[in-house]
Design a binder for this molecule. Structure first.
Ligand SMILES: Cc1cc2nc3c(=O)[nH]c(=O)nc-3n(C[C@H](O)[C@H](O)[C@H](O)COP(=O)(O)OP(=O)(O)OC[C@H]3O[C@@H](n4cnc5c(N)ncnc54)[C@H](O)[C@@H]3O)c2cc1C
Ligand code: FES
Length: 357
């Protein structure tokens, strides 16, 4: 199910003091949509960890493709990659995935507004590069928040793209801490975070398509502001890298829902790759973690309801889905579920990974 690729690190570039560009060359990846991510399976002290990283390159650059890893203070995998990865190393990688994607129908797209901060620029940069290559692409506005000029990821490339596309691209850099080195950046400059004042100043077109990626606060605040301005939900696309809100506790199945035996545990039947597995889920445990403990190979990455890789279809039974950002209420209503934040709420629950949904 989890088709792993073994990719060689072709080139490494230090983009900023805390951001590393990792380039792969892969004939096995023949396409991806700007906005999608790769999941790296990184082995540290004999243990494998999965972390997703958005692709920042343009599909036109295939078979070369790259991800950008930003150091997270105290972060296990990001620090390991920045400090220990070498050109020529091999990494297990899950193929491109994700629904945060720029509509490829460029000629019919309305103006595009990209809002991001920090490493949130990575999927937006891929979108930007692809769109500007297209002769009938719409006008693009990028609002990009960084702490200082030194920390602006893709600063030089954004300067170049603005020079090449003066009528089609506008970049607004928002520097929250220091203006030192600001002269190295082209475009408009704002001292401070991306806040509602900045949004009100620059986002006047309610008919644009909005793509948001960055810290939770920025993404949620921008989304709420846009909604309050009357922007239709289908025009707002967002990607979160992390969710800090605690997983909401699921109500325990009532004894009557677990056969007539108050001590019985709910049983999940899980279909994947044509095989059928059946296992009981302890109270307070999630379906994905229980399945992995049973040695069942399932697709997943973040385990916190943001990447969408553990998406499956609920065929029958009742299920609790905790805090998540990867599927919409209407998708849930039509049976989509995430097993990483999902718990059974009925004595029998059937979930199918093989049914498209
Ligand atoms: C779809 C997707 C795309 C992503 N794309 C990128 C990308 O292009 N570039 C990039 O650098 N990262 C990206 N990430 C984040 C990345 O997957 C890791 O979460 C990040 O590198 C931290 O991993 P770590 O092992 O260093 O930190 P961990 O050891 O997992 O975490 C350390 C501490 O920080 C908290 N934490 C974990 N992740 C974050 C976060 N992102 N923000 C704030 N706090 C956090 C944890 O709760 C923990 O307390 C993406 C994540 C997703 C889901
Ligand atoms: S593993 Fe990422 S949403 Fe479930």
């Amino acid at each position: 199910m989890t088709e792993k690729l073994s990719l060689v690190v072709h080139r490494l570039e230090r983009e900023t003091p805390d951001a590393l560009l990792i380039y792969f060359r892969s004939e096995e990846i023949s396409s991806f949509v700007p906005g999608q991510f790769l999941t790296l399976m990184v082995s540290i002290n004999g243990q494998s960890y999965r972390r997703s990283y958005s692709i920042f390159t343009d599909p036109a650059e295939l078979p070369t493709l790259g991800v950008c890893v930003k150091r997270l203070p105290g972060g296990l995998v990001s620090n390991h990659l920045l400090d220990n990865l070498h050109e020529g190393d091999r990494l297990d990688v899950l193929p491109p995935y994700g629904n945060f994607a720029l509509d490829p129908a460029m000629s019919t797209l309305p103006p595009v507004v990209l809002v991001g901060a920090g490493s949130g620029i990575t999927p937006l940069f891929s979108m930007l590069s692809m769109a500007l290559r297209h002769p009938s692409a719409p006008h693009i506005l990028l609002l990009y928040g960084s702490r200082s000029a030194e920390e602006v990821i893709f600063g030089k490339a954004l300067n170049r793209l603005q020079d090449e596309n003066p009528q089609r691209l506008q970049v607004v850099h928002c520097l929250s801490r220091s203006l030192h080195g600001q002269e190295s950046l082209k475009g408009l400059l704002h001292h401070g975070r991306i806040d509602t004042t900045v949004l009100a100043q620059h986002l006047s077109n309610r008919e644009a398509s909005f793509y948001l990626c960055g810290p939770e606060g920025l993404v949620h605040d921008t989304e709420h502001w846009l909604q309050a301005q009357g922007v239709a939900s289908h025009r707002i696309h967002k990607e979160l890298f992390f969710q800090s809100s605690p997983k909401v506790e699921a109500p325990s199945p009532t004894p009557s829902s677990v056969d007539d035996d108050p001590g019985a545990l709910p049983v999940v039947t899980l279909k994947v790759d044509g095989k059928v597995y059946e296992f009981a889920v302890e109270p307070g445990r999630y379906i994905l973690e229980t399945a992995l403990e049973q040695g069942i190979d399932l697709p997943y990455a973040c385990t916190m309801g943001v990447c969408g890789m553990c998406r499956a279809k609920k065929i029958s039974g009742e299920m609790f889905i905790g805090d998540q950002e990867a599927i919409s209420a209407s998708e849930i209503a039509s049976g989509a579920c995430l097993t990483c934040v999902g718990r059974p709420l009925s004595n029998r629950l059937v979930i199918d990974y093989d049914v498209p949904n």
